[in-house]
Design a protein around this ligand. Sequence first.
Ligand code: ACO
Length: 338
Amino acid sequence: TRYARITGTGSHLPARRLTNDDMATLLAQRGLQTSDEWIVERTGIRARHFAADGEMASDLALQASLQALAAAGRQPHEVDLIVVATSTPDMVFPSTATILQRKLHEAALAQGGQGPIGAAAFDVQAVCTGFIYALTVADALIRAGTARCALVVGAEVFSRILNFDDRTTCVLFGDGAGAVVLEATEHDGSGPGVLATDIHADGRHTGILCVPGTVAGGQVLGDPLLRMDGQAVFKLAVGVLEETARTTLAKAGMTEADLDWLVPHQANIRIMQSTARKLKLPMERVVVTVDQHGNTSAASIPLALDHAVRAGRIQPGQLLMLEGVGGGFTWGSALVRY
Ligand code: ACO
């Protein structure tokens, strides 16, 4: 049987790092009060990175992608599919994936090589579940024989859509990118690969987490900044995360006892602790980067994955549960033999 296997991971964070104390200083300039203590206790976040002026999602995606390709031992021209998950694209169109394709080509030319020109390239928009959606689509295209070597990226610059007059949301998010190279492989199911995926949405809840503005007639119409009902998101998140994890495990004929690692979307330590408890996983088997990255939306899962791989924590042959939840409302999971 054909499977899609992760052969390389990469990630990138912008240079500018803000601690909670830095956020407190920033908010104080607007007459708002917050503290390291409040943020750590409610969310587990200690620091986040913000992109520089002019630094776009595709720039972060490029660095993460080059790292992932190097880890996989692949050249850019070998990629035949690029899927970028983002809710903060460089522009309305074309897709951030095609801009990444051009930047990969330029980077390859500088090294005397060729970029992935001619590869299919498109964006996927499922907010914080974006990477799970992108991985699911790329896995399906590889299994169908449409693609052989895919670059799957989550890249976000949420700092651009934060309302710094709203202390309940602006302290939660950060910028960054993570990438994986996904390649076709054949085995009986015991080898590495994406073993099962599960994605869902419930459009009745579009309003609880959204950036409701749009561009029309040469102007921004409506509010172009992030709004969230944190408690509504929290309540929905904990239920669906357990459900989707159980569904993917069942599809692969496995149980939570088979899992080596939970690699969750990094929104909030309390959501992760609650999911871990429900899956009877000790926190030592949960990859946590929210303390250093904040919530990087579609980038958070591949960022966490890459950090755990590079730290030597995630080892070949281990079973990983990737899962996420986000605006839409969307949620999903992927069971991966690394
Ligand atoms: N600093 C200090 N005080 C604050 C801050 C802040 N940054 N923000 C809010 N407060 C105050 C509030 O004003 C309120 O004060 P009051 O009691 O005097 O009115 C108090 O803290 C409690 O506010 P709540 O909003 O009720 O705080 P809550 O305990 O719900 O925590 C949080 C808020 C962290 C957002 C929580 O609801 C949560 O974790 N929700 C999950 C949503 C989430 O993580 N979303 C991430 C994006 S979604 C995704 O990625 C899927």
